[in-house]
Every structure is written in structure tokens, then in C-alpha cells.
Design a protein around this ligand. Structure first.
Ligand code: ADP
Ligand code: ADP
Ligand code: MG
Length: 447
């Protein structure tokens, strides 16, 4: 592996380019019409224009990406998150073109990208799975499955992601109408109308485990993250480690994630997501076969550079540390600063960043793909920056986050900064006592 094409944009493209250069690799950036002046375009050794602004014409156009790799002599592709990162078909096209895909095998992406199949794999690995069904084809099947599980249930698109394709159903009467609607929605959004049922767990925390697996068959975890502060099933604040998790539960949940990774012959970095019930039981919900937005908080508490490890693994090298060499040091929190209007139901607010003053100091890291003067484009997701604050303990990490928010100035577009300021002072956040619908209960006006 010598030259990596970064098939992404924004902060994660910058993050990957930095890791590649530090590893002595050359980089190729790609950009659409909207992104000609992107920071990642300037940081890479070479940059290739791959098409129009719409993602389907650029960052999702695998043929254009293969051609960009060919024309620049790249021998590997890092997909980042979103876009093509979990598309088995694209991974296969890259492999067929002789490119190393920084991620797991095509067959693993296929299996884990289908949430119903992933649940099966978890079950085989002896990992507890949320009570639910396999794919349900018609209303009778769905009614029978929901009777077994008990209402309320969630109808979930097997191919869903990004918080989309999930529909709560309170009763049998609702289910008859909800099923065809969910199927139609899934077909339109994910080109796959497979849906299944899950028990809708009330008051659960979202706990996910970061794992790494190399070609020698070594699988390690770098502990868990708590991503319970969500709006409409999308993460807003994440922290590591999960506050107040009993040592026994921590060991069990991390071990379950490693077991699942082994079971599916995993390769690379991945995240196994669970829900933790108020009574302390945890259940698998899905696995993301890619680097995750919130990976820096795991880096902050373990000292592991996850993107460097991804590149090592893709090059056939072993993970650079053993499980017994990695522990939890301190605590970290990540705030997603999005161009969204909290006063208008978090609608995206694309526009020009007229000012962007970033915070700094000990334990403060900001990952962003933008500088003042850049435009937040309506074509892509609305994240402007991630503010990651860490310290020797949770209180210090949160205090640094408060200070970082006080220093952060974003002008030109409405952002989520004001919400973060408010949330960091909420007693439940200070106490680490939130669940996945907590924010919606706190701010029902934002739904
Ligand atoms: P993370 O836990 O890394 O935040 P998300 O599920 O929020 O994972 O997805 C990360 C990125 O990928 C986000 O930009 C999200 O919008 C995008 N994404 C993930 N899956 C899909 C999907 N199936 N369709 C559209 N976008 C997706
Ligand atoms: P995505 O692929 O969109 O990330 P997930 O299956 O990871 O979908 O679920 C996203 C979020 O939806 C979870 O973090 C949680 O807040 C909520 N959720 C998912 N499944 C359940 C469930 N069975 N009960 C309650 N909440 C759930
Ligand atoms: Mg998820």
C-alpha cells in the first residue's frame, strides 16, 4: 500500500489524509463541483474532480472513484463514513479494480449491512439480540411476530441507517397500516423493502463498542461509547467511557462485541451497537462496518489512533497493541456542531461560514473540514465540526467542553451550539443519566 484515495469529504477526509501522511502514505483527495476549495483537497498530495455536487453524481459514483484511483495510481481506497462506506457493491468494484478497500470483506459488509442478517449473526455468536423477528413480508406475519414480542414495537428497515427507516408502532391496529408504509419508505430510501420488528425498549441507553480486527485474526476492543443524547435517533453528544457502567457490564458488553467480530471474520475497524435497558441488560441492535463519526472519544481515552490502525490493518500489518496494553484513561465527550436551526426543528441551515473561531487548550480537539469563508453545502450532511474534550475524569472533560463552547464562535448560519451549551448544564447530563429519548422529552418543541 503506497497511495490512498480518500473517497469522502469534510472532516473525515481531513482526518484520513492526516493519518495516511503520518504513516508515510501518499493521498489522493476527490471533490465535487461544490467542494473545489475543500480543506481536504488542499491537504492531499493530489486531488481529482469526480463530478457534480449531488452525491449520486460524485461521492456515490463508484465508477468515477475507480477511475480517479486508476488515473492517479492509487492502490487503496478509504471510504470514511456515510457515502460508499457500507455499500458492498462498491467495495466489490474497488476490489475488482485491484484496489485495497480499507474495511472488511465484501461478504461481511453484505451480512452486517442487512440488519436482519446481522441479528442472526449476533445470535449465532451468543450475543443477546433485541427481542424481535426476522424479515416480515405481509401484515399477518407482522401481526404474529408483534404478538410474540409485545407492543410497542419498532418496524425497522433491514437496509436502514443514519437514524432513518425506523417506525414506532403502538398497537395491532396501527401495524396493518404501518407495515406497507414502512416497506414503501424503505424501498424508496434504501432500494430494499425488507423490514423486521423489534421490541421498542423504553428508557434505554445507546452503548456501542469500538473493535479492531487484523488479518492475523486478532480482535481487540477499545471500550465503549455512550451515544444516548439523540434527536430523532441521530446522535448529538457522545461520551466515553459510558458513565456509571458497572465493571461487570462493561466487561460483558465489550466481550460480546469481540465475540461477534470473531464470529463474522471481521477485518478492520467496526462498531457494535447495543441498547442497555434500565434494568442493566444489553441487547445487540446493529453493527457499523466502518469508522464512526464519534471515534475520537475512544482515541482520547485509550491513546489509540483508530484511523492509523485501519491503514495498518489494510496493509496486512498487525494491530499495533494488544488487548492487555489498552485501558481507559480519563473521560471524553464529543459535541456535534451542525448547521441546523434548533428553533426550527433542527432543519439544516446551509450557507457561508462568515466566522469560525475554534477553541483550544489541553484536552480540546476540533475535527472539521472547514475554515471561515467556506460554504456549508445543502448537498451533504450538516456537520460543521466535532468538538472533542477530554480529561483525567468526566467532570474535567465536561468543564473543558463548557469552556470550549464559550470560545467557539460560528457565524453565518444557525447552529446547534446553543443547544450544546444548554445540555452541558442539564443535571441529567452532569449525572450521566440520559436515555435515547431523553432529549426529545426535554425539548419536545424540537421534534
Ligand atoms: P455514526 O454512528 O457514525 O454517527 P450514523 O449512522 O449517524 O453513524 O452515520 C454516519 C454518517 O453516515 C452520517 O453522515 C449519516 O448521515 C450517514 N449514513 C449512514 N447510513 C446511512 C444511510 N443508510 N443512508 C444515508 N446516510 C447514511
Ligand atoms: P441506524 O442504522 O439508523 O443507526 P439503529 O438500529 O442503530 O439504526 O438505531 C438508531 C437508534 O434508534 C438507536 O440508537 C436508538 O436510539 C433507537 N432504537 C433502535 N432500535 C431500538 C429499539 N429496539 N428500542 C428502542 N430504541 C431503538
Ligand atoms: Mg446505529
Amino acid at each position: 500500500m503506497r497511495r490512498v484515495l480518500v473517497a469522502n469529504r469534510g472532516e473525515i477526509a481531513v482526518r484520513i489524509i492526516r493519518a495516511a501522511h503520518a504513516a508515510g502514505l501518499e493521498t489522493v483527495a476527490v471533490y465535487s463541483d461544490a467542494d473545489e476549495h475543500g480543506r481536504w483537497v488542499q491537504l492531499a498530495d493530489t486531488a481529482v474532480h469526480i463530478g457534480k455536487s449531488a452525491a449520486a453524481k460524485s461521492y456515490l459514483n463508484s465508477a468515477a472513484l475507480v477511475e480517479a484511483a486508476r488515473s492517479t495510481g492509487a492502490d487503496a481506497v478509504h471510504p470514511g463514513y456515510g457515502f460508499l462506506s457500507e455499500r458492498a457493491g462498491a467495495a466489490k468494484e474497488f476490489a475488482d479494480a485491484g484496489l485495497t478497500f480499507v474495511g472488511p470483506a465484501v461478504s461481511t459488509i453484505e451480512t452486517m449491512g442487512d440488519k436482519a442478517a446481522a441479528r442472526e449473526a449476533a445470535r449465532r455468536a451468543g450475543v443477546p439480540v433485541v427481542p424481535g423477528s426476522g424479515p416480515v413480508g405481509d401484515v399477518d406475519e407482522a401481526l404474529a411476530a408483534a404478538d410474540d414480542v409485545g407492543y410497542p414495537v419498532l418496524l425497522k428497515a433491514a437496509a436502514g441507517g443514519g437514524g432513518r427507516g425506523i417506525r414506532p408502532v403502538a398497537s395491532a391496529a396501527e401495524l396493518a397500516e404501518a407495515l406497507p408504509a414502512a416497506q414503501a419508505e424503505a424501498r424508496a430510501a434504501f432500494s430494499d423493502d425488507t423490514v423486521y420488528l423489534e421490541w421498542a425498549i423504553d428508557g434505554a441507553r445507546h452503548i456501542e463498542v469500538q473493535i479492531l480486527a487484523d488479518t492475523a485474526g486478532t480482535v481487540v476492543h477499545t471500550f465503549e461509547r455512550d451515544c444516548s443524547v439523540q434527536r430523532r435517533r441521530q446522535k448529538l453528544i457522545e461520551e466515553a467511557p459510558a458513565p456509571g457502567l458497572p465493571a461487570r457490564t462493561r466487561a460483558d458488553i465489550n466481550d460480546a462485541a469481540v465475540r461477534l467480530a470473531r464470529q463474522v471474520g471481521y477485518l478492520g475497524a467496526g462498531t457494535v451497537e447495543f441498547l442497555l435497558t434500565p434494568s442493566g441488560e444489553f441487547f445487540f441492535i446493529e453493527m457499523n462496518t466502518r469508522i464512526q463519526v464519534e471515534h475520537p472519544i475512544s482515541e482520547a481515552i485509550t491513546g489509540v489512533d483508530l484511523v492509523s490502525e485501519q491503514l495498518r490493518i489494510a496493509a496486512g500489518e498487525p494491530i499495533s497493541f494488544g488487548q492487555d496494553e489498552v485501558g481507559i484513561r480519563g473521560a471524553a465527550v464529543e459535541l456535534r456542531i451542525n448547521a441546523e436551526d434548533p428553533d426550527n426543528r433542527f432543519q439544516p441551515t446551509p450557507g457561508t461560514l462568515t466566522r469560525l473561531d475554534l477553541p483550544g487548550g489541553p484536552g480540546v480537539r476540533v475535527d472539521t473540514g472547514f475554515v471561515a469563508g467556506d460554504r456549508i453545502s445543502p448537498f451533504y450532511d450538516s456537520m460543521i465540526a466535532k468538538v472533542i474534550c477530554s480529561g483525567p475524569d468526566r467532570d474535567t472533560a465536561l468543564a473543558r467542553a463548557r469552556q470550549a463552547l464559550a470560545e467557539l464562535r460560528v457565524e453565518g448560519v444557525p447552529t446547534t451550539v446553543s443547544v450544546h451549551r444548554r445540555l452541558l448544564d442539564e443535571p441529567d447530563v452532569r449525572a450521566g443519566a440520559v436515555h435515547t429519548r431523553w432529549l426529545e422529552e426535554l425539548m419536545p418543541e424540537t421534534l
